[in-house]
Design a protein around this ligand. Structure first.
Ligand SMILES: Cc1cc2nc3c(=O)[nH]c(=O)nc-3n(C[C@H](O)[C@H](O)[C@H](O)COP(=O)(O)O)c2cc1C
Length: 181
């Protein structure tokens, strides 16, 4: 599942995620679910029970749960906002719990400086609590506004090689973690 974490109009996250989608399809090991959080449009977490109980009452939660349950690995495409990550991503994570457990995740982060890495670092405690296992190869894109033109992100060779390495590790860890799931 490729998660597009930015939901604002004019976001650069969508063109970057489309590049991720292209590289993942070319990689060949994956069936892709392209999860655009703007399209999915979850409200702020509005379930009466903790997701630990998995007693969902809202159709949007049930649909999101089913979709995340079906995924074996994730790529989060996330901006850095105020040295943290997208609040829409936190909300989407908070809705569920068991559905994330024992699954690998890779990052494509971006921002003005530091390639969005401070945002990814801020996610670490959340990921480990949910049982998401971060793989090492990470794409980080700085001065992101210089990299998108005509709603298209043009990657350099290093970024494509890193994303390919990330995809290879996601496939491997997805299999390794399958017995735990
Ligand atoms: C509310 C807000 C806070 C931001 N804070 C940071 C930041 O802390 N560090 C950084 O490198 N870029 C920061 N930026 C720049 C964004 O990374 C950049 O605008 C990027 O395009 C946002 O992603 P999006 O277009 O997909 O929403 C911020 C942008 C916004 C809108």
């Amino acid at each position: 599942m490729i998660v597009v974490a930015s939901v604002r109009p004019g976001r650069v996250g969508l063109p970057i995620a489309k590049w991720v989608d292209e590289v993942a399809r070319a990689h060949g090991d994956f069936e892709i679910d392209f999860a655009d959080l703007a399209e999915i449009n979850l409200p702020f977490m509005d379930e009466p029970s903790s997701p630990a109980k998995r007693q969902y009452t809202k159709p949007h939660t049930m649909a999101w749960s089913e979709r995340v349950d079906a995924a074996d690995a994730f790529i989060f495409v996330t901006p850095e906002y105020n040295h943290s990550y997208s609040p829409a991503l936190k909300n989407a994570l908070d809705f569920l719990m068991h559905e994330w457990n024992h699954k690998p995740v890779g990052f494509v982060s971006y921002g003005a400086s530091a390639g969005g890495t401070r945002g990814v670092a801020a996610l670490d405690t959340v990921l480990s609590f949910l049982g998401l296992r971060k793989v090492a190869p990470a794409v980080d894109i700085s001065a992101v506004w210089t990299r998108v033109a005509d709603e298209t992100f043009t990657a350099n060779d290093r970024e494509t090689a890193t994303l390919t390495a990330q995809l290879t590790q996601l496939a491997a860890y997805s299999e390794l973690l399958a017995p735990a799931r």
